[in-house]
Design a protein around this ligand. Structure first.
Ligand SMILES: [Zn+2]
Length: 193
């Protein structure tokens, strides 16, 4: 069974207290995120790391504080979450290859990962039978990714100790929606066993 991991938006602006859209306590996820990402590398599991990538004055900033502006430190991932062999996919449709890459850095302009024209082609190239999803924020970008992957009909696991929410009630509703749609809740330990 071929698995692919989706590591959603684990970027400095979200993870650290000095980040511009800090998700409270998210820095505590870093050991779990690091373990998952390096487990993927050790097991030959392709790792898709989505990245919020905004221009200055991005339309999203009408609704959210400015964050993850291209060229700023906050847009980067912490070093411990990077794997050695990486490819970076921009938001423009492109004829890309993921051959030989351990980590696919997948830039997106919008909360919903499926809004990127490269999302469906990426799923085709991954040809996975199962998906594992984690990152931030549970009720926004993680939710969009998890539900979109469930809609492919393949099994999807959400790693409950490697996600973080901005609102406990919204998180509970998201997890319920996810399991009602057939998703499975798992822990880091179960995934990395
Ligand atoms: Zn964003």
């Amino acid at each position: 069974m071929k698995t692919a991991f989706f590591d959603i938006d684990t970027q400095i602006d979200f993870l650290f207290p000095a980040g511009s859209l800090y998700v409270p306590t998210a820095e505590r996820l870093i050991p779990a995120l690091e373990r998952l990402n390096h487990h993927a590398a050790a097991c030959g599991i392709p790792l898709v790391s989505s990245l919020c990538a905004h221009a200055e004055n991005d339309p999203e900033f009408r609704e959210w504080p400015a964050h993850c502006v291209i060229g700023t430190v906050g847009q980067l991932k912490p070093r411990e979450l990077l794997l050695e062999k990486r490819v970076c996919l921009g938001v423009a449709p492109s004829d890309f290859s993921i051959d030989g890459a351990q980590q696919i850095l997948f830039e997106k302009h919008q909360l919903d990962i499926t809004a990127s024209p490269n999302f469906r082609p990426l799923l085709g190239k991954l040809a996975a039978d199962r998906y594992v999803v984690y990152g931030v924020v549970t009720e926004y970008c993680v939710r969009f990714a998890a539900l979109a992957l469930l809609a492919t009909g393949k099994p999807v696991s959400l790693v409950t100790d490697a996600i973080q929410t901005l609102d406990a009630g919204a998180s509970t509703r998201t997890l319920r929606e996810f399991t009602e749609n057939g998703g499975q809740l798992v822990t880091v330990r179960e995934i990395c066993a």
